[in-house]
Design a protein. Structure first.
Length: 396
């Protein structure tokens, strides 16, 4: 009989006096069994250690070590002051993907309260072994993100890391020359604001506000991203990301089927959509104008690309401007929230799934899948993250 110590996530809400019988990492009166995937399962007996007694339950346990959330559970935050990580998502489908991967059920009750004047809506949960505050942005765009981020700082004054998670448009290849296909994930600790500047005759001169006036990402995050780029660490990140994406019984999996290689259509940049007004999913543009993609010869596993994100209030739907900005700034992705959040938090990581090619053929078809890959990558990212101050509430 295998002896396992099963620690489940904390029951949500501020710690109550009745919960103080927590010993050996187990909340005895609130013990719940974690959902486990069907794949590679065998029936085993699990013995739960509790003070003065053993409880034997039948549980399905995977034969592999692919359930890292069983390894650790953070202590339950006492108050808003104990949270260190905020996750920002603008679209409902982005937030839903994050919530679907929570280690615990999540809490929308608002029981931790908010600062006066804070109109944000939050979901509290555990993701990748970390307590997080999920911030639901009211709409896309820099100004909404900046306002929400300021309110978040007022309500959760000790947030140290802000993660912007969701979907983005992408260029065709990253800075290493690797093809970017839809569903891949972009990770960045650097953002430029591509649509803020001066329009002079014949030229737009970007104002380099973020780089000049705002603090750069923390040395801790930069160092961590450097580590993640190493072959072994990146492969582990990819394995974990794909595991979370494909957990057969997760709440995420049934919602996000891969849309199919035939729907991943990158047109030549010299060929803007010639059938504007028709449904973008079937605009009738000829396949002869598609760019051949090596990775799409078969359904690809989502990849992770590290590179600069261009953020702005304008929706990028122009292959010409996409490539112009990308070449000038070395950007590999376009989105609309990170610049606003960057103004409020000095330490920001962007994790975004590629849902279109930021061109005139932009559609919404890939948004759910891209949001799911980003959420899965976020969870793998948090799992891999070793905080510098492990004694911080919510970080251990
Ligand atoms: Zn077209």
């Amino acid at each position: 009989m295998q002896q396992l110590l099963l620690r489940d996530c904390w029951p949500l809400g501020p710690k109550r006096a009745a919960d103080t019988n927590r010993r050996d990492g187990v909340d005895a009166p609130n013990m719940k069994r974690r959902r486990l995937p069907k794949a590679s399962q065998v029936e085993k007996s699990i013995v739960l250690k509790q003070p003065n007694k053993l409880i034997t339950v039948s549980e399905s346990v995977p034969t592999t070590s692919t359930i890292p959330e069983m390894e650790s559970t953070p202590s339950r935050p006492e108050s808003r002051d104990d949270f260190r990580i905020a996750v920002f998502s603008a679209l409902t489908l982005e937030a839903n993907a994050v919530k679907a991967l929570f280690d615990n059920p999540g809490d929308d009750s608002g029981r931790y309260g908010k600062a006066p004047g804070d109109f944000n809506t939050y979901t509290i949960g555990v993701l990748g072994g970390r307590n997080i505050v999920l911030v639901h942005l009211p709409r896309a765009g820099k100004s909404a993100a900046a306002t929400a981020a300021a309110n978040c700082r007022a309500s959760f004054p000790n947030i140290k890391r802000a993660l912007v998670v969701g979907i983005c448009g992408v260029v065709s290849t990253d800075m290493e020359g690797l093809e970017i296909v839809l569903g891949d994930v972009i990770i960045s600790d650097n953002v430029i604001e591509h649509d803020l500047g001066r329009q002079i005759p014949g030229e737009f001169v970007r104002k380099n506000t973020l780089a000049e006036s705002l603090p750069r990402s923390s040395a801790e995050i930069s160092s961590f991203l450097a580590k993640l780029k190493c072959d072994e660490d990146k492969q582990k990140l990819l394995r974990d990301m794909n595991m979370y994406l494909n957990l057969p019984r997760s709440k995420l999996n049934p919602l996000v089927p891969y849309p199919g290689v035939h729907n991943d259509r990158l047109f030549d940049a010299s060929y803007p959509c010639s059938n504007q007004g028709k449904p973008r999913d079937n605009c009738g543009c000829p396949d002869s104008k598609l760019v051949p993609r090596v990775r799409l010869r078969q359904p690809p596993q989502p990849e992770v690309h590290f590179g600069l994100v261009a953020s702005g209030d304008t929706v990028m739907k122009s292959e010409v401007d996409r490539d112009r900005i990308a070449q000038k700034e070395d950007a590999i992705a376009f989105e609309m929230e990170s610049a606003g959040i960057w103004e409020q938090f000095p330490s920001v990581v962007v994790i975004k799934g590629a849902c279109d090619y930021a061109d005139s053929h932009k559609t919404k078809l890939w948004q759910p899948y891209a949001a799911a890959t980003a959420a899965a990558c976020l969870k793998a990212f948090l799992r891999a993250w070793t905080p510098s101050m492990p004694s911080e509430p919510g970080m251990q």
